[in-house]
Design a protein around this ligand. Structure first.
Ligand code: BES
Ligand code: MN
Ligand code: ZN
Length: 475
């Protein structure tokens, strides 16, 4: 599926299909199309579609009408309309298409082009079944032409790069944990480094031992899969301090000795979606050839129960020197992140953002709509909120007051790894905040947004759009 920009009016397009947008309280500028809409009693409700054959005045074989609902058209509704367009095109086996421009509230044409390319490409992502090579992808769409008055192809290429990053994130997320192990993620990172000429460093357990990363290692102890600490660097802005992204990479979270209940445990293969999202973001940024310095750090482990696994009550010393009483082996994400966050100091970062499927509590607080964000720098939190809005991959801020941090007190170590039932998302972030005092830091909890449950079960590719947008906004 390829994307092109076109400056030619859409009715001049002589391919398979032209799209015509229809707004609720506005009759179509094209009289002939409007007649068809009246004839078919078509209601231009958001997401309604109507496929017409040859229409007078249009050179294409068919015209696909897409309802946009009420004016003004919001960013959110434009994206919903693109999703309906995508599904209508696949039902009608559209081979190539031209999409006109339309006015969207608060944004320019560049946003429309990037978003259209990103959403349409991402919608064409197909979940692959393990071990089955699909003969037919089922996707017929070969070429998407997006009309623009002003811009060139680069806006569209950005959207494609983001969708490609999301596809990498989704593939890694959807893979089962017997394939997607820490070693597998390290292999993927190496191949990403090769493709984009990135610096790549992979620390083995022995390296981590020398660095004193006993907190991270305490999680992987009970697993036969060796832990890895992966770093990739993309340096395309001289000596500027890098943006550092850290992604939680627990390839399976059984809970360890604090074993999880059976129902839905399979979903814990998604506990590496933070890791997958920072790799996807790196792929998007490198593909865009953006003028920034970006480093991604991925601590990756498998959390299993075993005779040699960590036990509730065990105390470990983290790389920072602070000691931790492991009261619950299922609060393992923070145990691997804290050492990775200390390790990040060596990059002298401009900011560090960690992305993690860290708490079930964030699903209770925010559901599947916003990711949770917490930060020790209000400016950074605000920047992430704005980039999230613009990418329509949003975050909602939760507090980090010291009253919450008090809940981590331990009689036997500097801190416990859990705070109790209340404010679970915030106490998890308070734990991380103890390791990020030396730099500007934000934490994004994606437990509610990284994958969908139910019949549409699968990784979403979030928050790649948010992270990529944030980095683009800094460049
Ligand atoms: N990976 C889980 C968080 C999670 C749970 C994500 C369910 C998505 C769905 C994390 O490691 C975890 O187990 N957290 C515990 C923390 C608790 C023991 C303090 C949780 O949220 O229950
Ligand atoms: Mn856990
Ligand atoms: Zn986990």
């Amino acid at each position: 599926m390829e994307f092109f920009v076109t400056h030619q009016a859409v009715d001049h397009y002589s391919g398979d299909c032209s799209v015509a947008f229809a707004l609720k309280d506005k009759s179509n500028d094209n009289r002939i199309i409007q007649n068809y809409l009246d004839l078919h009693r078509f209601e231009p409700k958001l997401g309604n579609t109507l496929l017409l054959g040859k229409v007078e005045g249009y050179k294409s074989k068919r015209v696909l009408v897409v309802g946009l609902g009420e004016t003004p058209l919001t960013q959110k509704n434009f994206i919903k309309a693109l999703k309906s367009l995508s599904s209508a095109m696949s039902t009608s086996k559209v081979k190539n298409v031209v999409i006109p421009t339309v006015e969207v509230e608060n944004v320019d044409e560049a946003w429309i082009q990037t978003t259209a390319a990103r959403v349409l490409k991402n919608e064409s992502y197909k979940v692959s079944k393990v071990g089955i090579k699909e003969e037919e992808s089922g996707i017929v769409l070969e070429a998407v032409n997006i009309f623009s008055k002003n811009n060139g192809a680069s806006e569209i290429q950005k959207g494609v790069a983001i969708a490609n990053g999301m596809a990498l994130t989704r593939e890694l997320g959807d893979l089962p944990s017997n394939i997607c192990t820490p070693s597998y993620i390290a292999k993927k990172a190496k191949s990403l480094a090769k493709t984009h000429n990135l610096e790549c460093e992979i620390l083995e357990e022995s390296d981590m031992e020398s660095l004193g990363m006993n907190s991270l290692l305490s999680v992987s102890k009970g697993s036969l899969e060796p832990a890895k600490l992966i770093s990739l660097s993309y340096m395309n802005a001289g000596k500027k301090a890098p943006i550092v992204l850290v992604g939680k990479g627990v390839t399976f979270d059984s809970g360890g000795i604090s074993l999880k209940p059976g129902a839905g445990m399979d979903e814990m293969k998604y506990d590496m979606c933070g890791a997958a999202s920072v790799l996807g973001t790196m792929s998007a940024i490198a593909e865009m050839n953006l003028k920034v310095n970006l480093t991604v750090v991925v601590p990756t482990v498998e959390n299993m129960p075993a005779h040699n696994a960590s036990k509730p009550g065990d105390v470990v010393k983290s790389m920072s020197g602070q000691t931790i009483e492991i009261l619950n082996t299922d609060a393992e994400g923070r145990l691997i992140l804290c050492d990775a966050l200390t390790y990040c100091e060596k990059y002298k970062p401009k900011v560090v953002i960690d992305i993690a499927t860290l708490t079930g509590a964030v699903i209770i607080a925010l559901g599947n709509h916003h990711s949770g964000v917490m930060s020790n720098d209000q400016g950074l939190a605000d920047a992430l909120k704005i980039s999230g809005e613009s990418a329509q991959d949003t975050v909602w801020q939760l507090p980090l007051d010291e009253e919450y941090d008090d809940l981590l007190k331990s009689n036997f170590a500097d801190m416990a790894n859990i705070g109790g039932r209340e404010a679970g998302t915030v106490t998890a972030a308070c734990f991380l905040a103890r390791y990020t005092k030396k730099y500007s830091w934000a934490h994004i909890d994606i437990a509610g947004t990284a994958w969908l449950r139910g019949s549409k079960k699968g990784a979403t590719g979030r928050p790649v759009p948010l992270l990529t947008q944030y980095i683009m906004d800094q460049a």
